[in-house]
Design a protein around this ligand. Structure first.
Ligand code: HEM
Length: 219
């Protein structure tokens, strides 16, 4: 696997292009199933669940990029992160659009009443709203405009967004007594967040050892 450590810019670009197409496949599958009338007895439920599932997969995969990069030293992985995050947003957006369009026929008042009434939807909506600033500031121009530090702080919202997404999923499944998958996702996200926290602590410790305790105040 040593060849994966130092991929050339061209190879990474090829990988990104391949990944871009791959990430579109769930949508293509949905379109094909719709055209072939293979969405089952409840097509709205099928599309809602499918887009929700993919939104969650992409969110968790995005969160996994940095721990995986640290573990493997494949630094190019970081160049795939933005695309994965944007795909998470794209599938959540589709998930929300199905809800707004096919469940509520663009009736804002009715949709709002549903969001307030059902706590699992309240959490889903909060997750979606929190994702909007991250998607909006994902371009290089926005990173420059905000400045690296502020951008980084904003994008730490990920550590709230992903657990909220899992909570929403948990709530959906808990109502049906199907907790195996939510437990699996909660465990994966727990481990990813823990590695993040530990590596931050380690960095702080190292800085403290090298430069003394005063530097700790800055971090
Ligand atoms: C990041 C945000 C979100 C994520 C990751 C997410 C993910 C999911 C997942 C994984 C499911 C269950 C799919 C299954 O049964 O396999 C689901 C169901 C659902 N979500 Fe979301 N969702 C999000 C936001 C939203 C929003 C904004 C709304 C609406 C305002 C929403 C409404 C629903 C509804 C109505 C269901 C179906 C519940 C059922 O089958 O009874 N979600 N979502």
């Amino acid at each position: 696997m040593a060849f994966l450590k130092d991929l050339s810019t061209r190879r990474v670009q090829q990988l990104r292009n391949g990944l871009f197409v791959l990430c579109l496949l769930p949508l293509v599958r949905l379109v094909v199933f719709t055209l072939l009338d293979r969405l089952g007895a409840n097509p709205i439920e099928f599309i809602t669940r499918n887009t929700g599932d993919w939104a969650l997969y992409f969110l968790v995969t995005t969160l996994a990029v940095t721990p995986l990069r640290r573990l493997t030293n494949w630094n190019w992985l970081v160049r795939l992160r933005r695309m994965l995050g944007l795909y998470a947003f794209f599938y959540v957006f589709l998930h929300f659009t199905v809800f707004f369009w096919l469940d509520h026929f663009f009736d804002l008042q009715e949709m709002w009443a549903d969001i307030v009434k059902r706590p699992f939807i309240t959490v889903g909506m909060a997750t979606f709203v929190l994702l909007i600033p991250l998607a909006a500031t994902s371009t290089n121009a926005m990173v420059r405009r905000l400045g690296g530090k502020r951008w980084q702080w904003l994008h730490r919202l990920t550590y709230v967004i992903v657990p909220l997404g899992v909570l929403h999923f948990w709530w959906v499944k808990a109502g049906k007594n199907l907790l195996a998958q939510p437990i699996l996702f909660a465990s994966i996200v727990g481990v990813l967040l823990l590695t993040r926290l530990l590596s931050q602590k380690n960095r702080q410790k190292l800085r403290q050892t090298l430069f003394g305790p005063a530097t700790n105040l800055k971090s």
